[in-house]
Design a protein around this ligand. Structure first.
Ligand SMILES: [Zn+2]
Length: 311
């Protein structure tokens, strides 16, 4: 190898490393205003309520959570289930960590594992609050990654609402679906997005037909990702955006996840950007809408902790 070739290789490496580092630096995502349309009609029953069941956290430095985050700012990613109580049936949005979370972690790629703290699994919290498995109508995952479906292991038999397209993706056994595919006999209950436009999202599925819980497709983070709107009798509306962004800064700055992480997950960047814009403008136009990224523990503070809300 001549000196000139060595110099060229060294220069190329410096350029590549510098380019990679730049993908972690602050860069505001440019999002053009979008028309989210009228506020959808919702007639939730007076008895409807929501509460959160924190089941554990895992550590991630903010630099890996959104562009411009700091290496020294450790975020404790929430793994939280949300109970929606409704007279037609109680729903659990995501499941949090199962009793068996340590075994589940062994199923995922080492690069996706982080130090984690275990809390009380959702199934035990529900039982101590007087809710048995038979009292749950369904689990609605925001998507099928391990940290959102681990708890299905403890919830055997409870129907799992998945869209037809989401189900097809899970059946491909794609990277990221190892944990859900390790469970035997998941009781999938398939739905279609048969409803019309919803806050700019092209289609929707109204779970109870009263506008209280509405699911829209958001296939950017994963092909089965959805946003779940829970519209309360008080008028407050929550948009559970799953992993569209990992921390609230993703919507507020707004800022994408760092490029290497997006590639590792296999995200559809254009779809994620489109959906960030829709959620951002929906919550700006309608102050009653609050977006909750699945892993932002501080965003959950607005939601009563189970079972305190039952008292
Ligand atoms: Zn997640």
């Amino acid at each position: 190898m001549t000196l000139r070739v060595v110099a060229a290789l060294a220069a190329a490496m410096v350029v590549a490393i510098t380019g990679l580092m730049l993908t972690f630096t602050a860069a505001k995502l440019e999002v053009a205003p979008v028309d989210v349309g009228a506020l959808p009609v919702a007639s939730p029953p007076a008895e409807m309520s929501i509460s959160e069941l924190a089941t554990g956290t895992y550590e991630t430095p903010a630099i890996l959570a959104y562009r411009g985050g700091s290496w020294n700012d450790t975020r404790h990613f929430a793994s939280t289930a949300v109970l929606v109580r409704h007279p037609r049936g109680n729903l659990l949005l995501d499941t949090g960590f199962a009793k068996n979370i340590d075994e589940h972690l062994k199923l995922i790629a080492w690069i996706q594992r982080s130090p984690h703290r275990k809390g009380v699994p959702a199934v035990d919290q529900l039982a101590s609050g007087g809710i048995q498995l038979r009292d749950l109508a369904a689990v609605v995952p925001t998507h099928a990654h391990w940290d959102h479906v681990s708890g299905l292991d403890d919830l055997g038999g409870v129907p799992v609402l998945e869209s037809a397209s989401g189900r097809r993706w899970i059946e491909t056994k794609a990277a990221g679906t190892e944990v859900i595919n390790s469970f035997r006999g998941v009781n999938y209950k398939q739905y279609n997005f048969e409803g019309g436009r919803y806050l700019g999202f092209p289609r929707s599925h109204d779970v109870w037909g009263d506008g209280s819980v509405v699911i829209v497709p958001a296939p950017g983070h994963t092909p089965d990702s959805v946003v779940i709107f829970a519209n309360l009798p008080s008028g407050t509306r929550y948009a559970f955006v799953g992993d569209l962004v990992w921390q609230t800064e993703g919507l507020e700055i707004p800022a994408e996840k760092p490029w290497p992480l997006r590639r590792l997950i296999g995200e559809d960047d254009d779809e994620v950007r489109k959906d960030i814009a829709l959620i951002r403008f929906a919550s700006k136009r309608y102050s009653q809408i609050h977006a909750i990224p699945a892993h932002d523990a501080s965003a959950f503070r607005a939601i009563p902790v189970f079972p305190a809300s039952a008292r």
